[in-house]
Write a protein that binds this ligand. Structure first.
Ligand SMILES: Nc1nc2c(ncn2[C@@H]2O[C@H](COP(=O)(O)OP(=O)(O)OP(=O)(O)O)[C@@H](O)[C@H]2O)c(=O)[nH]1
Ligand SMILES: [Mg+2]
Length: 254
């Protein structure tokens, strides 16, 4: 007898929104959930304000002292909910901020994650960018503070950057709203699947490690069919990441 594959439901937009709801986000009348991540002081809140205008409110993450800004915007009859994540240098879960940002991208499975980086200090920002791309494929790099980069005579080959990272890159100067219309159109294209992201992933893993990762990720996937990146979780378990091990023991991913 044939049964409907679980994945048909688990990958649908509604299912993904249910995960976000568990993390305390109001998803009434929402088509897509968009996360805004990045290093501290890269202009995330400025981008957030430029995208949402006055349609925003702040609260706390459930059970955390970290504040959360939520907002919304509409584009071509679709409603986008935007979550401003705390600014972090990594997603290693060493602080409450890092834990909140990581859990939201990992378990909330936003349709698109905007990674806001400082164009005048790009290399400093790429560490977090690569960590985010290990967790999610659906991302847009927002190359912000372009005006500052230009003042410092820094030129960035956005095409090559996009090709190397495997995700779209949009240059912005959020304070003057430059590039924001292009950013919105790109977010929409990724959310609708018109742009398919193919981020660069780590290759050349030793066979023994690959075998262990496969075994572990299959076990995680069987236990939690809705988690989006069991492979990434398996790596963290092997590294001895206590937060992830605890979450997998209890099933509490908030
Ligand atoms: N020149 C210039 N300044 C900008 C731009 N975007 C943001 N800023 C300024 O950069 C500073 C930091 O911006 P925020 O939006 O608060 O940055 P953030 O990433 O939210 O900061 P945290 O939440 O503290 O991590 C503010 O003074 C902004 O006005 C930009 O494109 N160009
Ligand atoms: Mg901010």
């Amino acid at each position: 007898m044939k049964t409907t594959p679980k994945s048909a439901c688990e990958t649908c937009a509604h299912h993904s929104l249910e995960n976000v709801k568990k993390l305390g986000v109001d998803i009434t009348n929402v088509d897509f959930v968009i996360a805004l991540a990045g290093n501290p002081n890269t202009g995330k809140s400025t981008v957030f304000n430029a995208l949402t205008g006055l349609r925003q409110h702040t609260g706390n993450w459930p059970g955390k002292t970290v504040t959360r800004a939520e907002g919304a915007f509409e584009y071509q009859q679709k409603k986008f909910k935007l979550i401003d994540l705390p600014g972090t240098y990594s997603l290693m879960s060493r602080s409450e901020d890092e834990e909140v940002a990581r859990n939201f991208i990992l378990f909330g499975k936003p349709n698109v994650t905007i990674i806001v980086v400082d164009a005048s200090r790009l290399e400093r920002n790429l560490n977090l960018t690569l960590q985010i791309l290990e967790i999610t494929s659906n991302a847009v790099l927002c190359l912000n503070l372009m005006d500052e980069a230009q003042k410092n005579n820094i030129q960035i080959d956005t095409r090559s950057l996009s090709k190397e990272l495997g995700i779209p890159v949009v240059a912005t100067s959020a304070r003057s709203k430059e590039g924001i219309p292009e950013l919105i159109a790109t977010i929409s294209d990724v959310a609708l699947g018109k742009i398919i992201c193919k981020p660069h992933k780590i290759k050349n893993i030793p066979p023994q490690l690959e075998q262990a990762i496969k075994k572990l990720s299959t076990a995680i996937q069987n236990q939690y069919p809705t988690v989006s990146n069991s492979r990434w979780l398996a790596f963290r378990v092997l590294e001895g990441d206590t937060h992830i091990i605890e979450a997998l023991k209890t099933g509490d991913f908030s």
